[in-house]
Design a protein. Structure first.
Length: 430
């Protein structure tokens, strides 16, 4: 099964030159292109596969402040405002709704974690509250689960990944941005020590600035230029049910399931307590930077060693501008779905809310998450290569902040005052 995503037509040929080249047409690259086009800055987005084809169409569509690191909340608040304005800004629906997000705690440890988070953000006035079992039963009726408590933020929300990126790209195009799909950027070009262009599989484009928004590919791209961005891949499997009568519009995250209502009336469900971690060479090279995360989150990972390791090696780590790059070899990263984990999620959810026993699976997919050692992205200029900015490493929660992250990246590229203080996202912290 594959993922439903609106495909849009873009131009086939590259212009000779532009001001800004954006590498990668996910939510972050497309949001940056929209912001730059609105400032009348010439911009070309180059996507190796199709727009939104990787993480940005495979995510759950949650737009949350809840459980974010306190330093990441200003970006999420800025994104809330941008999502709310998006339909008017782009003249099109993106499925945005402020329908609330709730996390459930089954153990005292989980409850303490939720209480700790609430305390960490108490000065920010997010409207988040702790819930009792009775509150949970009222918000999400028909449940049989026994919960120590819950954490609820009514101003959190959702948008539809299957339509958001294409709709935003169409609007950016109407405002002058150029998009080219099925075209991998192989290398950066520099002249007199700064960015002067990029070489793609379809030829070169001259430009003054490059913004890299390559998702899980950014580490490999930068590595070829001698820059080590620490991100490791994890695989998350997801399913969507056919339209059904469910218990709530609120997106709910339990310890071993999560669900949120899709715009068509179905539910998007995942096993929130497990992610596949097929070992790659990068796990061996930079795994030591993740020891703190591993200590606290080892139980979340299904670590395996197998063909992913060898496929990853075969892709190569160094290439020249005149040779086929890894990005052309994998147009769209479409990892195998772990149907076992999806079934677990559905079983666990049905035990908690029996109405899901009637759920019928409409589609299933998996996506790769690019995780940094502190689970926050890098949105920064790269000092080693003047003219290069990156916005990447969103660690499994960059769809919600995408519009603001793209705008922040556009601010850095165009020397505008930044939408929020960018210091939590500086590259030098690694
Ligand atoms: C299963 C799953 C569930 C998730 N759930 C949520 C959620 O509920 N809420 C949330 O906020 N976040 C969620 N996320 C995370 C979120 O989807 C990502 O953080 C976000 O989409 C990242 O956007 P991006 O633009 O950085 O990357 P991507 O969407 O991956 O886009 C990067 C693009 O760059 C292209 N590219 C890379 N290298 C090159 C090159 N050299 N040349 C040309 N093109 C290139 C790729 O083809 C790709 O299309 C989830 C992720 C997954 C996988």
């Amino acid at each position: 099964m594959t993922i439903t995503l609106e495909r849009i037509a873009t131009q086939d040929t590259l212009p000779d030159s532009t001001s800004v080249v954006i590498i990668g047409g996910g939510i972050v690259g497309v949001s940056a292109a929209l912001a730059l086009a609105e400032r009348n800055i010439p911009v070309v987005v180059i996507e190796k596969g199709h727009l939104g084809g990787e993480q940005s169409s495979r995510n759950l569509g949650w737009i949350r402040k809840t459980s974010r690191h306190v330093d990441d909340v200003p970006l999420a608040l800025a994104a809330d405002r941008l999502w709310a304005q998006m339909p008017e800004r782009i003249g099109s629906d993106v499925g945005y709704k402020q329908s609330g997000i709730m996390f459930l705690s089954q153990t005292d440890e989980q409850l303490a974690m939720h209480e700790g988070w609430l305390k960490s953000v108490e000065s920010l006035d997010l409207g988040s509250t702790l819930l009792s079992q009775k509150d949970i039963d009222q918000h999400v009726p028909g449940g049989q689960g026994q919960w120590k408590g819950g954490l609820y933020t009514p101003t959190d929300g959702k948008a539809e990944p299957s339509i958001a990126v294409p709709a935003m790209a169409k609007a950016a195009m109407a405002k002058g941005a150029v998009f080219v799909q099925n075209c991998a950027v192989r290398t950066l070009q520099t002249s007199a020590g700064r960015i002067s262009g990029v070489v793609t599989e379809k030829g070169e484009i001259l430009c003054d600035q490059v913004l890299l928004t390559g998702g899980a590919w950014s580490r490999r791209f930068l590595g070829n230029h001698g820059i080590s961005l620490p991100t490791l891949p994890l695989v998350c499997s997801v399913l969507r049910t056919k339209p059904m009568d469910g218990p709530t519009d609120i997106a709910v995250g339990g310890p071993d399931f999560s669900f949120r209502k899709h715009q068509d009336g179905g539910y998007i469900i995942t096993q929130r307590g497990k992610l596949d971690a097929p070992v790659t060479l990068d796990h061996l090279l930079i795994g030591s930077k993740y020891l703190d995360q591993l200590r606290t989150q080892r139980s979340f990972l299904k670590i395996s060693f197998g063909c992913t390791f060898f496929k990853d090696i075969a892709l190569g780590r160094h290439w020249k501008s005149d040779s086929v790059s890894p990005f052309e070899k994998v147009r769209v990263n479409n990892p195998d779905v772990n149907h076992g984990l999806n079934q677990d999620a559905l079983n666990n959810l049905s035990n908690a809310w029996p109405v899901f026993e009637k759920a019928e699976i409409e589609e299933a997919w998996a996506g790769i998450i690019d995780v940094t050692p502190d689970s926050n992205p890098v949105i920064d200029r790269i000092a080693e290569i003047p003219g290069l900015t990156v916005a990447t490493g969103f660690s499994g929660h960059g769809f919600g902040t995408g519009p603001a992250a793209g705008q922040l990246a556009a601010d850095l590229v165009s020397n505008e005052s930044p939408i929020i203080d960018p210091s939590p996202y500086r590259f030098s912290r690694f």
